[in-house]
Write a protein that binds this ligand. Structure first.
Ligand code: FAD
Length: 412
C-alpha cells in the first residue's frame, strides 16, 4: 500500500461497493476506506421487492461480495458508521463519533432514501417504506405474520417498487390495494400503454386499484395502522401500509460542503463533482445524458455501475469508459420489463407485438430513430433496441412494427 492519503468512499451500497472493487481491479494500490451507515456490507436492493420478499432468495445472495473479500483485498470496510461532514479545505471527512479521516480522493455514494408522506398517522406501527434490507425484513414479517387472518396491504404509490411489492405480497397471500394519486399507475416513468398493461395484469391477479386517490391521513388503533382515509371521506381498512412514493437523494453532505447540487449532486461524465478531488456516483447524482443532451437523476443499478466505472477510471488514470445507453428492469409475477433509453424528444410510438399480452415492445421514436424501448417479456427487442438507441441508427418503422421481421433486420 502507498503512503498517500486514502481514497474514501462514503456509502457502502451498490455504487460504493462496486467502486471499491473496481479501484482494486484497475490497479490502485493505496488504501481504500469504504464507510456505510447500514450494518450490512454492500448488497443489491432489487431483490428486496422481488424474489427476496417472496422468500425465494436468502440473505447471502444479496451481497455483492463475500464478507472476507474486503479484508482480503485491503478495503477497510467500516459499517454502522455515518459520515457527518466533509471538510474540503483540509480534505477530510468527519464521522458522527468525531473521528476524522483524511482523503486524497473522495467518492460520495450516499444513494437515496425513501420519500416519506407528510400526513397524520404516517408514524403509526405498520406504516413502512422499502429501501433497505431492514425495511424488507420488517415488511416480510408484517405480511407473513400468522397472528390473524389474511393480511391487507395498502400500497400508496403505483411506481415500480410499489407494483413489485404488490406482486410479491400476492404471492405471500396478502390482499392488496394500490392507491395512486395520478390517473394512471407508473405515470412518471412509463407510457400510458404500459401503465394500462401492468394495471390489467395486476388486476387479473387480484390487486385492487384506486386511481386519482387523495390520501388524507392514516387511521390507527392502539398505535397500529388500521386504515387509510381518502379526501372523499372513504376509509380503506388495512393492516400494513407501504409508502412507495419515490426517493430523495442523500445530497445533504455535498450541499453543506458547497458542492454544486440540484436535487442530487451535479457530476460530469467522469463522475466528478464541482470539486476535482470529489466524485459522486449512483442514485445521489444528477448526471449528463449525452444521448439526450440533458442531465438527469437515474435510480438504477446499471447507472450505479456505469458511474462507479467512470470514477474508478478517472482516479486510476485509465481512459474514460464509453457512455452507455441507460437501462432498467422490473420483475412482476412472470413478467420481465426491460427499458432502455429515455423517451425524451419523441414524436411517435411504434408498437411491436400485441400490447395486451406479454411478449411486446413499445418503441419511442424521434423521426426514424429509436429513443427508448419498453419491452415486456421481449428480451431480443430490448437488446437490439438498446444497441440501435446507442448508435442512433435510423430504422424502418414498418419492419420494426412487424414481429415476423427479425430485429436485426429493422435498421435502414
Ligand atoms: P444505495 O444502494 O442506496 O447505497 C447508498 C448507501 O449509502 C446506503 O447504504 C446508505 O445508507 C449509505 N449512506 C447514506 N448516507 C451516508 C452517510 N452520511 N454515511 C455513511 N453511509 C451513508 N434498480 C434497477 O436497476 N432495477 C431494479 O429492479 C431495481 N429494484 C429496486 C427495488 C427496490 C426495493 C429498491 C429500493 C431499489 C431498486 N432499484 C432497482 C434501484 C437500485 O437499487 C439503486 O439504483 C441502487 O441501489 C443505487 O445504488 P447507490 O449505491 O447509489 O445507493
Amino acid at each position: 500500500m502507498s503512503d498517500s492519503a486514502p481514497i474514501v468512499i462514503v456509502g457502502a451500497g451498490h455504487a460504493g461497493g462496486t467502486a471499491a472493487a473496481l479501484l482494486r481491479q484497475y490497479g490502485h494500490a493505496g488504501a481504500v476506506i469504504l464507510i456505510g451507515d447500514e450494518p450490512l456490507g454492500p448488497y443489491q436492493r432489487p431483490p428486496l421487492s422481488k424474489a427476496w420478499l417472496k422468500g425465494e432468495a436468502d440473505g447471502d445472495s444479496l451481497r455483492l461480495k463475500a464478507p472476507e473479500w474486503y479484508a482480503d483485498n485491503g478495503v477497510d470496510l467500516r459499517l454502522s458508521q455515518t459520515v457527518a461532514a466533509l471538510d474540503r479545505a483540509t480534505r477530510a471527512v468527519r464521522l458522527s463519533d468525531g473521528e476524522t479521516i483524511p482523503y486524497d480522493h473522495l467518492i460520495l455514494a450516499t444513494g437515496a432514501r425513501a420519500r416519506l408522506l407528510p400526513i397524520e398517522g404516517a408514524d403509526l406501527n405498520g406504516v413502512m417504506v422499502l429501501r433497505t434490507a431492514a425495511d424488507a425484513e420488517a415488511l416480510k414479517a408484517a405480511l407473513s405474520s400468522q397472528r390473524h387472518r389474511v393480511k391487507r396491504l395498502a400500497v400508496i404509490g403505483g411506481g415500480y417498487v410499489g407494483l413489485e411489492a404488490a406482486a410479491s405480497a400476492r404471492a405471500l397471500g396478502a390482499e392488496v390495494v394500490i392507491l395512486e394519486r395520478e390517473s394512471r399507475i407508473l405515470a412518471r416513468v412509463a407510457c400510458p400503454v404500459l401503465s394500462r398493461f401492468f394495471q390489467d395484469y395486476h388486476r387479473e391477479r387480484g390487486v385492487h386499484f384506486i386511481l386519482d386517490a387523495a390520501v388524507e391521513r392514516l387511521i390507527g388503533e392502539d398505535g397500529r395502522v388500521r386504515g387509510v382515509r381518502l379526501a372523499d371521506g372513504s376509509v380503506l381498512d388495512c393492516d400494513v401500509v407501504l409508502v412507495g412514493v419515490g426517493a430523495v437523494p442523500n445530497d445533504e453532505l455535498a450541499r453543506a460542503a458547497g458542492l454544486d447540487c440540484q436535487d442530487g449532486i451535479l457530476v460530469d461524465l467522469a463522475a466528478r463533482t464541482s470539486d476535482p478531488a470529489i466524485f459522486a456516483i449512483g442514485d445521489v447524482t444528477r448526471r449528463p445524458m449525452p444521448l439526450y443532451d440533458t442531465v438527469m437523476r437515474l435510480e438504477s443499478v446499471p447507472n450505479a455501475l456505469e458511474q462507479a466505472r467512470q470514477a474508478a477510471a478517472a482516479i486510476t488514470g485509465r481512459p474514460a469508459p464509453e457512455p452507455e445507453t441507460p437501462w432498467f428492469w422490473s420483475d412482476q409475477y412472470d413478467l420481465k420489463l426491460q427499458i432502455a433509453g429515455v423517451p425524451v424528444g419523441c414524436d411517435d410510438m411504434v408498437v411491436r407485438g400485441d400490447p395486451g399480452a406479454p411478449g411486446f415492445a413499445l418503441f419511442h421514436m424521434a423521426g426514424d430513430v429509436i429513443r427508448a424501448v419498453e419491452a415486456v417479456n421481449a428480451p431480443g427487442e430490448f437488446l437490439v433496441g438498446r444497441q440501435l438507441i446507442g448508435r442512433r441508427t435510423p430504422v424502418c418503422r414498418e419492419r420494426l412494427a412487424d414481429r415476423a421481421t427479425p430485429m436485426k433486420s429493422v435498421a435502414l
